[in-house]
Write a protein that binds this ligand. Structure first.
Ligand SMILES: Nc1nc2c(ncn2[C@@H]2O[C@H](COP(=O)(O)OP(=O)(O)OP(=O)(O)O)[C@@H](O)[C@H]2O)c(=O)[nH]1
Ligand SMILES: [Mg+2]
Length: 441
């Protein structure tokens, strides 16, 4: 995975937040310090880190807690939102016929990216073709041709060509494809010659997109290059490559957005499919190990309105039948509990329920709700008083069997134990499975 070290230390912090006993100024400061350490070691710019820290601290302590959210979720959300914020926007590249010019320093990954990009458009149903305008490096045409052969994409070039501009002119005429991608020569630094050639190719091909290809290992140095290339030919977006191979990737990502350029794609390996559009929200949520937090937040916002569930009370073991009633209503709305848990920061904890099992469970849970409707408030708050006579009364009132009421009480006990276990994250996959699996629906 991309940015392994940064990801794993950030995920540690997120888990720590998700399990915190209390959230106050001291703990928030502690979390922020951990986040800072992680970002610094990924080479993110000090100014950005401080900005982010201040925003997280300020919002954590001042923002009003959204209805239905607990303080831990609230902070997780703030961290996520602010991180998406500092990384800036992704560039929106339309999936349509167009011409793309690839530029960048030597060895940054232009040729590889040219093929990757062609493959990307191909997968989207467009016909791509590429032009090799690198007449300097021996074997440059061969390299691109081979990559293109592997994916069945036409490649225009001239092995012995002396004039890159002429090749581009001919290639633009020759290629009858929807998307045309021009791979150019790299140099050690921004030389005048190279700039002139780039400008001429730019003039002839009139590209819709000019992508600057940057090696992630540059770290914060990426911003100087982005600026220099932008000043000379004006770039539409940046492609960061080799994010798989460096611990400094955080530097390159944040440096680029800091220069007001945006990142269109990222390269995550040597293979032609190791390439993806850069979507900051998905990228950060993956990095933070939060599953699809966006949809979780949306669903929770839709569903949590009516009953306020006191998650803290539940986790501390004070889990009444009333809490369970609310929880069951929520499960009905949100979907399989296993899936919901998967989307929560602390993961599923082994509660894996398939869609089929969920359908059966849902019927059962609805029946439980009907039984609970026949209980008094006192019984809901203090399930331990429900014995013999009460059980029979509840069964009669709900048109069920006393045995079914006992089953409900047993389920409640199991859930109560499970909730208590979740708190310290003490329950591992196996024991949790045993707990829930021990109950037959
Ligand atoms: N691990 C990894 N390697 C990459 C990635 N992108 C490119 N490379 C490797 O980086 C090296 C240079 O890539 P090229 O595509 O030839 O770079 P270039 O910018 O065209 O180089 P010049 O044409 O010499 O300027 C090759 O060995 C690629 O396999 C990536 O995302 N991850
Ligand atoms: Mg090349």
């Amino acid at each position: 995975m991309v940015l392994d070290t940064l990801g794993s230390s950030l995920r540690d912090v997120m888990r720590k937040i998700a399990r915190a006993n209390r959230i106050d100024e001291r703990t928030v400061n502690e979390f922020v310090k951990d986040i800072q350490r992680a970002l610094f070691s990924a080479d993110v710019n000090v100014k950005l880190v401080m900005e982010l820290s201040n925003r997280i601290k300020e919002r954590s302590l001042k923002d009003k807690l959204p209805k239905g959210a607990n303080p831990r979720e609230h902070i997780l959300r703030i961290v996520y939102e602010e991180m998406v914020n500092i990384i800036g926007k992704g560039a929106d590249v339309p999936i349509e016929p167009q011409t793309i010019l690839m530029v960048g320093l030597q060895g940054s990954g232009k040729t590889t990216c040219t093929a990757k990009l062609a493959r990307y458009f191909q997968k989207k149903g467009l016909r791509p073709g590429v032009i090799c305008a690198d007449i300097y490096r021996p074997g440059a045409f061969d390299q691109l041709k081979q990559l293109c052969e592997g994916i069945g994409v036409p490649c225009y070039g001239d092995e012995n060509g002396k004039n890159a501009i002429k090749i581009v002119k001919e290639g633009m005429k020759e290629l009858q494809t929807d998307v045309k991608i021009i791979d150019t020569a790299g140099r050690h630094s921004l030389e005048k010659e190279l700039i002139r050639e780039m400008e001429k190719i730019n003039g002839i091909s009139k590209p819709d997109q000019k992508f600057l290809v940057l090696d992630a290992a540059l770290g914060q140095g990426a911003s100087d290059q982005a600026r220099a290339f932008n000043d000379s030919i004006g770039i539409s977006a940046v492609i960061i490559t080799k994010l798989d191979g460096t611990a400094k990737g955080g530097g390159a990502l944040s440096a680029v957005s800091e220069t007001n350029s945006c990142i269109s794609y990222i390269g995550t390996g040597e293979a032609v499919d190791d390439f993806e559009p850069f979507e900051p929200d998905r990228f950060i949520s993956r990095l933070l190990g939060m599953g699809d937090i966006k949809s979780l937040i949306e669903r929770a916002e839709e569903s949590l309105d009516e009953g306020d569930i006191d998650i803290d009370a539940m986790l501390s073991g004070r889990f009444t039948l009333k809490d369970m009633y609310k929880q069951l209503s929520l499960v009905n709305k949100l979907g399989p509990i296993g899936k919901v848990m998967d989307m929560l920061p602390f993961g599923s904890m082994g509660m894996e329920i398939t869609d089929d099992e969920f359908a059966a469970t849902k019927d059962k849970l609805n029946k439980f709700k009907v039984m609970m409707d026949s209980m008094t408030e006192e019984e809901l708050q203090k399930p331990s008083i429900i014995t013999g006579g009460r059980i029979r009364r509840i069964a009669r009132g709900s048109g069920s069997d006393p045995e079914e009421v006992r089953e409900l009480l047993k389920y409640h006990k199991l859930m109560k134990r499970a909730m208590k276990g979740l708190r310290g994250g003490k329950i591992g996959k196996m024991s949790m499975k045993k707990l829930t699996g021990g109950f037959k629906f």
